[in-house]
Design a binder for this molecule. Structure first.
Ligand SMILES: [Zn+2]
Length: 98
């Protein structure tokens, strides 16, 4: 989308909306899954991958029903989706530097 001199205010608004989506994707997730991310602080290890680690608060919350399996799956999927984007972006910027 190109912003010309005659751009309507709503076009500018949309432009900013997409910019925010693009650059603050991770912040958006933290907001939407604040309850999930607050569990991480309770994990025994700060670099916990919430997989097979002992003392994982996420696994405990899943076992007790405090956190639903669906919500955790949605969160993990979104995270890996973002990580893939991040990698793709890093690779393309690497190509640009060459
Ligand atoms: Zn954990």
């Amino acid at each position: 989308m190109f912003l010309t001199k005659g751009a309507k205010p709503f076009q500018v608004a949309w432009f900013h909306f997409f910019c925010r989506l693009d650059f603050n994707g991770d912040t958006g997730i933290a907001d939407a899954f604040a309850d999930v991310e607050s569990l991480f602080a309770r994990c025994r290890f700060s670099d916990c991958r919430h997989d097979t680690e002992p003392g994982c608060a996420v696994k405990a919350a899943l076992a007790s029903g405090e956190l639903s399996r669906e919500r955790w799956t949605a969160y993990s999927r979104l995270k890996s989706e973002l990580a893939r984007e991040e990698t793709a972006r890093a690779e393309s910027s690497h190509r640009y530097r060459k």
